[in-house]
Design a protein around this ligand. Structure first.
Ligand SMILES: Cc1ncc(COP(=O)(O)O)c(C=O)c1O
Length: 435
């Protein structure tokens, strides 16, 4: 190329959650039977969408209006419905005008970070859901600025670490919180959320809060919604969607709610720039927005969600009980969303450990993949686990963290299979560490 065509942030865009699928597919083509425990799609893992939900969508498909564009911010009656739901929580009060729809939160995330001034940084958690950390890093053309989620303290945010970063890095303009969290499965109570709001108020920062798993909590926990703790001073963007809860990830439907949007003229202009970016695309997909109020207010909606939550709760405890005594592994019980992150104790993983792989071609493929000093030790572990047992998980170091470990989902539906997978992982770790 006669001129450099690479965006300054091009190197920051990685998504190992999907990259690992290429490796899994390759090994599958060589005969490995893969258990896909890497991707957070309940539907792909066998979640049956209830008939009443399909009927609502089928009826909507019969109406010509659902094939048309919608207003840029989203279907008005749906935004009014959402505003009523948020206001009923008794915290921040919003109107339909404070809501903007996107084609999934992925779209919202790329615009929210993409339209932030390049030198302004949003501090993101480590480990971090990569769509956020990569989009933030790409906007700045630099490594993400991170705060610690502490595996020794339920994966809660390390508030002191947040304060230190803010104090010593004047470029930090905002804090990202994901509650419940991906990849850790942690649920932050109201005190933690209030402390983060206080830090923002004290330092004149804004908050981005991803609440896509808001209503998926268990083991007696509640993820305090940002609207209930935000107060009336700190400007904030709260992200929600239909992907995980409905679940309808293929519907590509999510939205942001703006709290205290008029408190700061610069924040107001920033939100307008996000809206203008959406306007250039005209609007987000109409159909999921049209059916959202009907689905969410259906008498079976909560019943169906509760049923899923009970299964996640049961499986979170099964997983924790199997992995908690695995030597060298640090785990916390998952309390929300449907992920579990396990970290190896420092220094336990090496660049030499292996697992037996019967098929020569599979073994050679893995050896080629892990060859070289740049392959992180947990990626090596994950590739060997995959090749040796067929269990596909994601290396923890792919989530913008120095920690070595893996993230696994709790989405497998068959309890026997689920227990078998976790038992296999536990045994395989013993074998790998002893190799
Ligand atoms: C924390 C979090 N936010 C957002 C998303 C993406 O949501 P969407 O399907 O609406 O793009 C995910 C998907 O896994 C997620 O885990």
């Amino acid at each position: 190329m006669r001129t450099n065509i690479l965006h300054i942030g091009a190197g920051e865009l990685t998504y190992e959650i999907r990259n690992i699928v290429n490796v899994g597919n390759k090994l599958q083509s060589l005969g490995v039977q893969v258990n896909w425990e890497n991707i957070g799609d309940p539907v792909a893992k066998g979640e049956e969408i209830p008939g009443w939900m399909k009927d609502i969508v089928a009826d909507a498909v019969q109406q010509s209006a659902t094939y048309g564009y919608s207003p840029t911010k989203g279907v008005l009656s749906t935004r009014e419905f959402i505003a009523r739901e948020t206001n009923a929580m008794g915290g921040a009060q919003i109107t339909a005008e404070d809501i903007i729809f996107f084609n999934g939160l992925g779209d919202a995330i790329s615009k929210v970070f993409g339209f932030l001034k390049r030198t302004a940084r949003v501090i993101v958690p480590t480990p971090s859901y990569t769509t956020h950390s990569s989009a933030e890093a790409a906007h700045a053309g630099d490594q993400p600025v991170t705060y610690i989620l502490d595996p020794n303290h339920f994966w809660y945010p390390d508030l002191e670490d947040i304060e230190n970063h803010i104090k010593y890095n004047p470029a930090v303009a905002g804090i990202l919180v994901i509650n419940p969290d991906n990849p850790t499965g942690a649920v932050y109570p109201a005190e933690v959320m209030r402390s983060i709001v206080e830090i923002c108020e004290k330092n004149d920062l804004f908050i981005i809060c991803d609440e896509v798993y808001q209503n998926i909590t268990y083991n007696g926990t509640v993820a305090a919604p940002l609207c209930t703790v935000i107060g009336d001073k700190v400007p904030a963007l709260c992200m929600r969607g239909t992907s995980k809860e409905m679940p309808w990830p293929g519907g590509r439907c999510g939205w942001i709610e703006v709290y205290n949007g008029h408190r700061d003229p610069m924040f107001e202009t920033y939100v307008n720039s996000i809206l203008n970016a959406k306007m250039l695309e005209v609007c987000s997909t109409t159909l999921p927005q049209v059916v959202l109020p009907q689905i969410k207010s259906h008498p079976e909606y909560q019943v169906y969600l509760d049923e899923r939550i009970r299964r996640y709760e049961r499986f979170s405890n099964l997983a924790y009980d199997i992995l908690k005594d695995t030597k060298g592994l640090l785990v916390n019980r998952t309390n929300g969303a449907f992920y579990m992150s396990a970290a190896f104790e420092d220094g336990l993983l090496t660049h030499q450990q292996t697992l037996p792989i019967a098929n020569d071609e599979v073994r050679k493929t893995v050896e080629a993949l892990v060859d070289g000093p740049d392959v992180s030790p947990d990626k090596r572990f994950v590739y060997y686990l995959l090749a040796s047992t067929g269990v596909c998980v994601v290396p923890l170091s792919s989530f913008a963290t120095e920690l070595q470990g893996f993230r696994i989902t709790l989405l497998e539906q068959d309890e026997k299979e689920f227990v078998k997978i976790f038992t296999t992982i536990s045994k395989t770790i013993d074998q790998y560490l002893a190799s």
